[in-house]
Design a protein around this ligand. Sequence first.
Ligand SMILES: NC(=O)c1ccc[n+]([C@@H]2O[C@H](COP(=O)([O-])OP(=O)(O)OC[C@H]3O[C@@H](n4cnc5c(N)ncnc54)[C@H](O)[C@@H]3O)[C@@H](O)[C@H]2O)c1
Length: 240
Amino acid sequence: MKIALIGYGKMGKIIERIARSRGHEIVSIIDIENLSDFDSPAFKSADVAIEFTRPDTAIQNIRNCFKANVPVVVGTTGWALSEVQDELKAGNHTLFVSSNFSIGVNIFMAVNSYLAKLMNRFNNYNVEMTEVHHIHKLDAPSGTAITLAEGILKQLDRKETWTKEVEGKPSDLAIKSIREGEVPGIHTIRYESEVDSITITHDAKSRDGFALGAVMAAEFTAGKKGLLGMSDMLDFLKCL
Ligand SMILES: NC(=O)c1ccc[n+]([C@@H]2O[C@H](COP(=O)([O-])OP(=O)(O)OC[C@H]3O[C@@H](n4cnc5c(N)ncnc54)[C@H](O)[C@@H]3O)[C@@H](O)[C@H]2O)c1
């Protein structure tokens, strides 16, 4: 498959390595110094583009892919999908979005939803979430923490909204964000009662898991239309 990379930072470089190891050809690499390459024949020849840049540049990059008619897989977090949804539909384009491409995290999301559903019967437990990431991360809470929180809000009737850092009222689900060192990503969900606590944690060992998932998403995306996500690729997420 012919893949174009948008963003050649930490993730872009790992994605390049993993994509090549799976037999794909990298036909174009776009970063801030060569944005005009969106108009190049090489970029337009890609079967799919993979975008890992910054929250404030993702939307323009998606629009550039739509303009070039190149399906795009977006890993950048911290931007609003609603800003491109109308254009996606109107132009019959292809966009795969996930706040976390790691297969392990998506298994964790399934466990998180199941646990939240179970906890409806046990209201003596309160729940909170903590996420830890490297100091370079621009958004907080992480996109993954927000997705996990949405999974809990959907299943656990006594929680209505997620909040940053503190639980203002009992129906709030607090997400605490810690930024330290070079941590690739730790997400912990903790249910606490007076007598015990139940904790589930996903701890990424490196960025490779995200990059592999993004390349698998690119393989899945080629030839498809519309808005795609991990629940299209991983059938066990459909029932959540
Ligand atoms: N969805 C996931 O699974 C997942 C996993 C890891 C990281 N991320 C997200 O991916 C994004 C990138 O992460 P990273 O660690 O590679 O960051 P990074 O800072 O190492 O790399 C970002 C790159 O984007 C480039 N860039 C900036 N503006 C650009 C533009 N307009 N067009 C093209 N390139 C541009 C920068 O020069 C840089 O090389 C972040 O939003 C991060 O939160 C998502």
